[in-house]
Design a protein around this ligand. Structure first.
Ligand code: B12
Ligand code: SF4
Length: 514
């Protein structure tokens, strides 16, 4: 064996210190699977691992091993600046750094400036390579990616030593992250999995894990991280039914509407499914994944509302996901129809995402870049709600923001909150809806979008940035990053709040298939 390394692993669930109520209750439940997997693999190779899931309350600087040889950081794009600053700090202390996760998959050409290794698809061979090499690669890190998604991953049992301390940070709901499949058979143009073939993982590992969880909790809660849960519906349900007593684990999953037929939903209920998050996305596009085919507009609203209300008869918590600003949308119809839908499905919680071109995530982003429609908003704001980095095809910015504010006000009006409360019978879902509506996601976002609209209408420099008249980042955005990064701001390398938004078009990053 090579020398025994001291390894640190950081899962950046939060991009900033966050002590707010929802974050305290939920953040530790959003831990990613891969940082835990990497912990297992590194230990299997004989190394010493310290794992930290950063949920916004930990002191990252002191929890990490002071003399780590190698640090893995998992980050979403919104946490890129946090990750870059951390990497800079850790490199100064003598560590070699590795970035993985959604940001590394979407923006490798940017991340290589700040990390020694940047990893896309990751399997055990890639990790072995890094452990063997474990050397600084500067000024540009190595970009490594496997040809495909891994065929197998360590299950809950093997990851338990990392899951357990993470869930200790979650006061009430303790959600264990599980994965049954990778990729997706659908091809939603904006999605990172639109070109990744669907592959189930080993059902035997899944069965062992479910049995194992029943030895750890009286009633476990499992959050499925499958991009589209239940594509092989029969196989999944058979596996669950075979190994655990009926309705003994609470499950949460993201499935497309095409999977959620009434017989399927009945079976999900029988097996303990308590929350489903189907994607509706648009009333004028992406009919394939909701099986509404070419049906659009109000006809689609009625059909989907009927289906959502059917699901709510069996499943206590349903979040309906929408993407705002897709090219197929124009005028007020998309927003007015969504309001109608909110009225028709009072028990569902709508989740709104602003259309975002996450670098290399989807081939569609090349088209946006080619037509000059991608804006260079700092990564920090690319979380589907703090900024939309694609210029809308059919709206001016003030028009677009007026529509999303109006939709937000309708969705999170006191009357809609009260109707949602009445329509939701189960205790936790009922209050979860209220907390989400009155906190950052509901009231907070409406207030934020109003501020953006005011700036668009009153601040020429601000509006010019949105119109591509200038690349000078408005002070508004810079000051948010500065304030929220706190002490880490001082470690952010020069220029690291900026990136080339068209890099995917130009990129020639070395891809090494191991
Ligand atoms: C499950 C999921 C969630 C879950 C769990 C999140 C979590 N912490 O993992 C929940 C619902 C909480 C969630 C929330 C959000 N999500 Co989400 N989510 C997904 C989803 C559907 C699957 C991701 C997944 O786990 N796949 C399984 C893993 C094994 O595969 P993988 O992600 O492809 O990872 C591979 C490599 O990247 C690598 N890898 C992954 N992590 C790491 C870490 C290290 C250290 C290394 C070396 C390698 C490595 O190994 C894997 C195997 O090859 C994806 C969409 C998709 N179809 O992929 C979106 C996705 C990741 N989410 C996205 C977003 C934007 C969000 C939110 C910001 C949305 C919001 N506004 O709230 C939040 C942020 C949450 C947070 N900060 O933790 C974007 C991310 C884009 C980006 N570049 O940042 C995606 C891609 C969806 C999209 N819009 O296209 N999400
Ligand atoms: S169904 Fe979901 S996971 Fe599949 S391509 Fe569409 S958005 Fe992506």
């Amino acid at each position: 064996m090579n020398r025994k390394l001291e390894i640190g692993i950081i899962d950046l669930v939060s991009k900033k210190p966050n002590k707010k109520l929802f974050a305290r209750i939920m953040n530790a439940n959003f831990a990613s699977i891969m940082p835990q997997v990497i912990g297992v693999w590194c230990e299997e190779e004989g190394h010493k691992v310290t794992y930290v899931c950063y949920a916004g309350r930990e002191d990252l600087i002191t929890e990490l091993p002071q003399n780590a040889d190698l640090i893995f950081i998992g980050a979403f794009t919104e946490a890129a600046q946090t990750a870059y600053a951390l990497s800079n700090l850790l490199r100064a202390r003598g560590a070699v750094t590795v970035l993985g996760g959604p940001h590394a998959r979407c923006y490798p050409e940017d991340a290589v400036k700040y990390f020694d290794y940047v990893v896309g698809f990751t399997d055990k061979n890639i990790i072995r390579e890094i452990l063997k090499d474990c050397a600084p690669h500067r000024p540009f890190g190595q970009h490594l990616t496997a040809r495909n998604q891994p065929l197998s991953l360590p299950g809950v049992k093997e990851r338990w030593k990392f899951i357990e301390p993470t869930l200790k940070k979650a006061p009430f709901i303790k959600m264990v992250p599980m994965l049954g499949s990778l990729g997706c058979p659908y091809t939603c143009s904006f999605c990172i999995d639109s070109t990744v073939a669907y592959k189930p993982l080993d059902f035997e590992v899944l069965k062992e894990d479910l049995k194992f969880l029943l030895t750890k909790f009286k009633r476990p809660v499992v959050g499925w991280h499958d991009p589209n849960f239940g594509v092989r519906f029969e196989d999944y349900m058979n596996a669950i039914e075979e190994v655990i007593p009926e309705n003994s684990i609470d499950f949460i999953a993201e499935s497309s509407l095409s999977i959620l037929s009434e017989p399927h939903v009945k079976r999900l209920k029988r097996n303990g499914f308590k929350a489903m998050l189907p994607g509706i996305e648009s009333w004028f596009d992406l009919g394939n994944k909701s099986k509404t085919g070419s049906m659009i507009g109000m006809d689609k609203v009625k059909l989907v509302a009927e289906q959502i209300n059917m699901i709510l008869r069996y499943i206590p918590y349903v979040q309906t996901n929408f993407v705002l600003g897709l090219d197929a949308d124009k005028g007020e119809d998309p927003f007015e129809l969504t309001k109608k839908f909110v009225d028709l499905t009072p028990g569902a919680f709508p989740g709104y995402s602003l259309l975002t071109a996450f670098g290399q995530a989807a081939p569609l982003n090349l088209e946006y870049q080619e037509s000059g429609r991608v804006l260079p908003f700092p990564f920090y704001f690319l979380n589907n709600n703090q900024a939309m980095n694609v210029i809308p095809r059919n709206y001016s910015w003030p028009e677009f923001y007026s529509h999303i504010i109006s939709l937000g006000e309708h969705t999170f009006s006191w009357s809609a909150i009260a109707k949602r409360l009445v329509a939701t019978k189960a205790f936790i879902p009922r209050w979860m809806n209220v907390v989400r509506a009155i906190s950052e996601e509901g009231f907070g976002r409406v207030a934020y979008n109003k501020e953006i609209l005011t700036q668009l209408n009153s601040n020429t420099g601000f509006r010019d940035y949105f119109e591509r008249e200038t690349n000078t980042l408005p002070h508004f955005y810079k000051s948010i990053i500065n304030e929220e990064l706190g002490p880490l701001w001082n470690f952010l390398p020069e220029g690291a709040i900026y990136h080339d938004q068209n890099a995917y078009l130009k990129t020639n990053v070395e891809r090494i298939a191991v």
